[in-house]
Design a protein around this ligand. Structure first.
Ligand code: ATP
Length: 300
């Protein structure tokens, strides 16, 4: 599937043919990916797919063994200050200094970012209900995620990077995190990259999605393109059939007798024409969920 740009603006992130090994394990295998400016980009994949490794290349925490990385048009290792100063990052481990109080964490992080907005930081602290005197080590898991999010957001980064932000959190904290994502892009031109295996959540907030599996990008496209090109169609044939006749683009089929439902990769018009050629009537049609698309792509 093509990775077309929604706008003419230069992309925020460009990975070109990145390969990364850990010993004999290939964590990223010839990965090329473009993240356009503005909007929410979801990186989805199962455990060990390569999401964190990819994100660490974007942040310049890993040096590409082969291929090139550009963030804001710059090499994030050669221009670490210029790149990291414009990024807000919440790691999967939410690694914050345990011995600091929340107020100290805020003051300490502020020192690194000239663009820090103290009023916004205070607004977020209140909205996230974080006691300034509590030590980071005594925060609950959800409060820790909120504290990490606060310090990632308060300098109003051009690019917000969240690695599995919702993992292991209750629905109330997850709602805060999704709210923060939406707030970030409310300001024109800002971009969010977040990784997740909670596909319903990604489907709710992402404009574009890349699927990664065993270190390879299986697909990178806008949510609209994904919905337009992945359809569930139910066909009624003239009489009962022992098995589903093959339909172009079909990923799987189920049913019995004269009625069969196909999960397909293909556009509506193309599928309807193929159904007609089989002498069948389309009795139902809908877009596949991201979950269904992912499971079908990965199982292939
Ligand atoms: N520092 C490392 N040393 C050795 N192997 C590593 C290292 N980091 C990652 N890997 C391996 O690379 C592969 C990709 O890992 P990565 O953490 O990028 O996956 P992920 O998609 O973020 O997974 P998860 O959702 O489980 O966090 C895995 O097989 C992992 O075991």
């Amino acid at each position: 599937m093509s990775d077309s740009f929604p706008s003419a603006a230069p992309p925020i992130v460009e990975l070109h043919r990145i390969t990364r090994h850990f010993g004999r394990k290939v964590a990223l295998d010839d990965v090329s990916l473009t993240i356009p400016r503005g909007g929410v980009f979801g990186l989805i994949g199962g455990n060990g797919a390569g999401k964190t490794t990819l994100i660490k290349h974007v942040l310049g925490l890993f040096k590409a063994q082969s291929g090139t990385v550009r963030v804001f048009g710059l090499d994030p290792i050669e221009n670490a200050v210029g790149v990291l100063g414009r990024i807000g990052y919440l790691s999967e481990e939410r690694d914050l200094p345990d011995w600091m109080r929340v107020s100290e964490l805020i003051r300490y992080t502020q020192a690194f970012y000239p663009a820090w907005d103290p009023r916004y930081a205070e607004e977020l602290r209140e909205a996230f209900d974080l006691d300034p005197l509590t030590k980071v080590r005594n925060l609950s898991r959800g409060q820790r995620a909120r504290a990490g999010l606060l310090v990632a957001l308060a300098h109003r980064p051009d690019l917000l990077v969240l690695d599995e932000p919702s993992s292991g959190l209750d629905p109330v904290v997850r709602r805060d995190i999704l709210g923060a994502i939406i707030r970030t892009i409310a300001e024109e031109g800002r971009t969010v990259l977040f990784s997740s295996h909670l596909l319903d959540e990604v489907e709710r907030v992402a404009d574009r999605v890349a699927m990664i599996h065993q270190g390879r990008i299986l697909m990178s496209a806008s949510m609209d393109e994904i919905h337009d090109t992945h359809r569930r169609v139910t066909l009624r044939f003239e009489g009962p059939l022992p098995a589903a006749p093959s339909l172009v683009g079909s990923l799987s089929a189920s049913g019995q007798g004269a009625e069969w439902t196909y999960l397909c990769g293909g556009e509506s018009l193309q599928l309807r024409r193929a159904a007609e050629a089989l002498g069948a009537k389309v009795v139902d049609e809908a877009a596949l969920s991201l979950d269904e698309v992912f499971l079908n792509r990965v199982s292939r």
